[in-house]
Design a protein around this ligand. Sequence first.
Ligand code: ATP
Ligand code: MG
Length: 612
Amino acid sequence: MLSSMKVTKTFIPTLREVPADAVIVSHRLMFRSGMLRKLANGLFAYLPLGLRAFRKVETIIREEMDATGSLEIKPTVVVPAELWKESGRWEAMGEAMLRVKNRLGADFVVSPTAEEAVTSLVRDELSSYRQLPLSIYQINTKYRDEIRPRYGVMRGREFVMKDAYSYHTDEASLDETYKAMGRAYRRIFQRCGLSVIPVRADSGAMGGSDSEEFMVESEIGDNTLILCKDCAYAANVEKAGCKPDFTAPSSLEASMPALEKIDTPQVKTIDELCAFLKTDAKRFIKTLIYRAINVELDLSAAPGGSQLAKRKPAPEAPEVYPEAFFAVAIRGDLEVNEIKLAALLKASEVALAADSDVVRLTNAPVGFAGPVGLSGIPIIVDETVTAMNDGVTGALAQDLHYAHVVYGRDFQSWMVADVRTVKAGDRCALCGGELYEKKGNELGHIFKLGYKYTRSMNVSYLDENGKSHLPLMGTYGIGLDRTLASVIEEHHDDDGIIWPLTIAPYHVIIIPIKYEGAVQALADELAAALEKTGVEVLLDDRNERPGVKFKDADLIGIPYRVVVGDKNLALEVPKVEVKRRGEKESHLVEAAKAAEELRGLVQGELEEMASQ
Ligand code: ATP
Ligand code: MG
């Protein structure tokens, strides 16, 4: 990257108008500042200014990854389909994966991620435990055929990811690398000037975390974060757990009224039922029928399990049930967390069953499912239901409900588990404090994969006794485009971007009031002097009104602005005006000392950000 540039010699097509589809600040500002242009939905071209900022993010990531000992490689973006068939993801990835055929009709994948490609490289070269641990990364193009690309590069179709993969002989070694990655990620985001919230992607009920996501708070965030007011607990709602808000009775009490069938004409929803029975949703046992795909859990002893078909998606992969149905009973005021449910069943996907399946499995119209008398399907009981000793539930027939339902007396479970969606107001599993919600965007993710790919792709090494083993694996990703856009989300005002110095496309912008005569000479001299000391400088040599130049400088957000004008140069001691973007006040600096002063300011700020 050249460290000095004239505006007339580069290409910064700034805009006054906002593109109609740009609804978030970073999207608007990346377009208006001439960083970015759109080729098609989800496909963007970085122009020179945008690319400079992008490269800064890339350099920070590369430096911190190198510091962990991870080794950079450059695999291809187009990968043979065979590798994806081995792992089973040729089928599992579905439509998000772009598939192409070459002229011979062979299938290829445009990498949405690279566990397969990197694992196949490692498989071919790995023989001995002495080669482990091994940590490898790339910073490379990814393509995901997102259904709804939006918010500019926040969710594009083509984007750049830093993805790293590590291989280990044992859990302790995997944990060491996993923690080193977590520390590197914290430094990367801090150096980018981003406040990230690392959230655990496990339930939090047990000590360690096998997965951590790095989130930035964002109104348009796709993720809901659950945070504790009193302690450091932070989790993605997809995985969040909470302290139980119930106490299960230790035994059934004889005084409990007997099960009773009640007529509930025209009552369908829980709200209608609550009104009809003059009770609240907490007394209702909601029963939902789910369809799960590729269930790894052993269902041979579950109701209906012995009749289920099984198959092996890949030669070394475990057997799965391609399709299985489950009933989930949960307290009426709560929602089922489908991600927790999928994890519980070791399923690749779960979703509410189609109406026709519900009717077939419950032998009743939709809306009257209930656990009492339900057979032929495994019943998963959320732990909240175990505490209900006088519940109401559907009676598997039109316009009929059961009252005084007691778990353990009137129905049994196949499994009791925690499958509730945690929400604001629930209590922290760690400290009992009140939980609250925030919206967030995921910038990075670190994840212990275990044997998933090394098993399905048949990777092995020999230990010191010549015995063969599977290595453990970890995966670690950061999206560069999304990180860059998030920097703008966090650092801007009404006039434009306010780059942190570490990411700024240039450190200093020199604005000559009129680029001619003594002003031109000094502006050129200053630019040359700054360039020599490693300060990156943009010189606005356009023949434009000063107001236009000031507006553009604010829009593109260069941290230090130096205005060179006749008046200040005519002073007894010639001066220039220096202003930090984002601050109101400017100050005059002796022209002869300006280069040295700016070098000090820039270097001081860069060092401060590096040492935090
Ligand atoms: P999301 O839930 O936002 O789709 P993901 O869980 O699919 O993300 P990963 O597969 O963990 O993401 O990918 C690692 C990183 O790649 C993400 O943290 C994000 O920064 C980036 N990323 C993923 N999808 C996109 C996209 N469509 N556009 C830009 N960046 C993306
Ligand atoms: Mg995604």
